[in-house]
Design a protein around this ligand. Structure first.
Ligand SMILES: Nc1nc2c(c(=O)[nH]1)N[C@H]1C(S)=C(S)[C@@H](COP(=O)(O)O)O[C@H]1N2
Ligand SMILES: [Mo]
Length: 210
């Protein structure tokens, strides 16, 4: 074990933190690559792949911003072992996107795509969990560029790499495929409560072959 943290941090950590995680003060910025520039007139959110009607669905920034707004209180667990607890996120539920642009019946997984080709794969069931949210806001304020403005996915029950910042769309898939970190040694499922950190921990059926 490392150095003990302050009493206050330890108290919170014991009740609320997944195994191996420690509480982080403040909100660090963690990602691979540069922060993209938001170009409002060129931005669109695309739903493609195996949609129910076979068509691609697109919302421009104005249209996406007009979708029903929800808030979700959720923790953020980075696989590098820091956690942020109890953030209030605001935005559009993933479930709302699925209702407006539904998948074909055989769809089992979703690839979430972000700027510069970053991606994360999710089971459709994880994507449509009631608290999975495309966030535009945190604590009532618009996200900053480095935290994913204009849009990031928050999947409260999975490690934070499953929540791309600077999201640009989703792809419906009829079989699982690995996203950016899932191809690079991280666990295909990424449940922090089961400490599913690395792909070598995967059991049969946890993910496509590497
Ligand atoms: N586009 C993109 N999104 C990303 C990442 C990334 O590298 N690129 N990193 C993920 C990881 S590993 C974490 S821990 C969180 C960090 O979010 P934060 O910088 O807002 O704390 O963003 C996630 N989303
Ligand atoms: Mo992370």
């Amino acid at each position: 074990m490392g150095q003990p943290e302050s009493r206050e941090q330890q108290g919170a950590a014991q009740s609320d933190l997944p195994p191996g995680q420690r509480l982080q003060r403040g909100w660090p910025v963690t990602h691979y690559g540069p922060v993209p520039k938001f170009k409002p007139d060129r931005w669109e959110f695309r739903v493609f792949g195996a949609t129910a009607d076979g068509d691609k669905h697109c919302w421009n920034h104005e249209e996406f911003s007009a979708l029903p707004f929800s808030t979700v209180v959720a923790d953020l667990h980075c696989v590098t072992k820091f956690s942020m607890l109890g953030a209030e996120w605001g935005g559009v539920l993933a479930r709302t996107v699925v209702e407006l642009a539904p998948p074909a019946p055989h769809v089992t997984h979703v690839m979430v795509w972000a700027e510069y080709g970053y991606s994360a794969n999710l089971r459709l069931a994880d994507f449509t969990e009631g608290h999975t949210l495309f966030a535009t806001h945190k604590a009532g304020e618009l996200l900053t560029a480095e935290h994913g403005f204009p849009l990031r996915l928050v999947v409260p029950h999975l490690y934070a790499w499953k929540g791309p910042k600077w999201v640009r769309g989703i792809e419906y898939m009829s079989a699982d495929r690995r996203g950016f970190w899932e191809e690079r040694g991280y666990h295909n499922l990424g449940d922090p409560w089961r400490e599913q950190r690395y792909s070598y921990q995967e059991g049969p059926g946890d993910g496509p072959e590497l």
